[in-house]
Write a protein that binds this ligand. Structure first.
Ligand code: KG4
Ligand code: ZN
Length: 389
């Protein structure tokens, strides 16, 4: 008997030795403490493999508990660069080519074999349909051949769950701000495996999309976010007062937690065009800094408002734009004023990766959530309220 189990018996803690009522098998070393609603690990956590292919990154992660063992990524971003955005068909083909080598790399990185895997998680949506299909088909093949459970998970919940790998278990209630090239959402997360509610989202462009489009206007490479971030840092001053979408009092009535970035993008385009028409040089660093400030101002203002309104003392920021240095600093500053703690994963875990899918899979297994059926479909517009397909 495991020493911790003996200790529990000695302390007369009522335990159900068979399995948790939610169905987590005993061989994963799980004890269900009756009445307390708690699960106690007494042995090794299961090893969960996570597969991500919703956009242009083929990601394979291996996670045990909250420990990251491998995070292998192959990106097709260079193949999309000349188009100024992700081309779905190019992304799907790149996933097909990268899937097996990326799986191999994850195994090599961790020193583990596929036969060691206890469960498989895969992004089932939202995302690009053809791209999602590659990951879902690979995950089904692995789950069937290894005889292990399959979890088809929501990409956005995975962006939230990944934070556990670095900062420990998520608090009971938190607000998540997810900002990337494909999404900009504010979520109320009471349980990342079961209860995720949308508070608001972009009504037009995603935040990352706005960064990418403005970068293009300024002659910076794709994806533009990191280039705008560094241009703004290198001596850029916030001198241009670009518009803050959906922040006027009338907009706030209907769109308190929603975002809009297309007006801002157009305002930057007009500003740049006017300078060019007048034969003036465009002050790239100043435009980058002023645009970035407008985006980060709105994102942090609404995120802090969402925390205060919902009584959440934690704000988790995820998605590629979470790597933005100004967003991180402003969020800390504004949230801190109201006693709200900001949790942001390190940049490599903010962008799309397999580790985030494995992290969510690991939490689903730990909480004994029901696996998916083997005939699940990829769902390009999977609603945020569905954590597992
Ligand atoms: O999460 P992600 O890797 O993929 C999805 O779009 O789902 O996010 C990519 C986006 C791109 O739009 C990129 O420009 C943006 O994240 N991004 C940034 C930064 N790093 C990446 N945006 C602003 N500042 C950054 N430092
Ligand atoms: Zn993403």
């Amino acid at each position: 008997m495991h020493p911790l189990a003996a200790l529990l018996l000695f302390a007369r803690v009522p335990c159900d030795w068979r399995a948790a009522p939610t169905g987590v098998p005993l061989h994963w070393g799980v004890l269900w403490v009756r009445g307390s609603g708690r699960i106690i690990q007494v042995a090794d956590d299961p090893l969960v493999l996570g597969i991500e292919t919703s956009c242009d990154e083929t990601g394979v992660g291996l996670v045990r508990g909250n420990t990251l063992l491998a995070d292998a990524i192959a990106s097709s971003v260079d193949e999309h660069a000349r188009f100024g955005g992700v081309v779905p068909e190019v992304a799907s083909r790149a996933h097909l080519e990268a899937m097996v080598p990326t799986l191999d790399r994850a195994c090599a990185e961790s020193g583990l074999a596929l036969s060691n895997v206890d469960a498989i998680a895969v992004t089932a949506g939202p995302g690009l349909m053809g791209a999602l299909l590659v990951g879902v088909a690979a995950a089904k093949a692995l789950a069937l051949s290894l005889g292990k459970p399959l979890y088809g998970v929501n990409h956005l919940s995975a962006h939230v769950a990944v934070d556990q790998l670095e900062h420990g278990p998520l608090p009971e209630r938190c607000v998540a701000l997810l900002v990337s090239g494909g999404h900009s959402s504010l979520l109320l997360v009471d349980d990342v495996t079961a209860k995720v509610e949308p508070l608001g989202a972009t009504i037009d462009d995603a935040a990352g999309e706005a960064f990418d489009k403005v970068a293009r206007l300024l002659g910076l490479p794709f994806p533009g976010g990191p280039y705008i971030d560094s241009a703004a840092r290198e001596g850029g001053a916030v001198t241009i007062d670009f518009p803050r979408g959906l922040t006027g009092s009338r907009d706030l009535e209907r769109h308190r937690f929603d975002f809009s970035f297309s007006g801002l993008k157009t305002a930057v385009a007009r500003w740049v065009e006017t300078r060019q028409r007048d034969g003036e040089t465009v002050p790239v660093a100043d435009v980058a800094a002023s645009f970035q400030e407008a985006v980060c101002d709105v994102l942090t203002r609404k995120a802090v408002d969402a925390c205060r309104t919902s009584g959440a003392a934690r704000l988790v920021i995820g998605g590629g734009v979470a790597a933005n240095s100004r967003l991180r600093a402003l969020a800390e500053e504004r949230a801190g004023r109201h006693g709200i703690t900001v949790r942001v994963p390190s940049p490599g875990l903010c962008t799309d990766n397999g580790a985030m899918v494995a992290a969510l899979g690991s939490e689903l297994v730990r909480r004994g959530r029901q696996p998916s059926a083997f005939d699940i479909a990829a769902d390009s517009s999977m609603p945020i309220t569905t954590v597992v397909a």
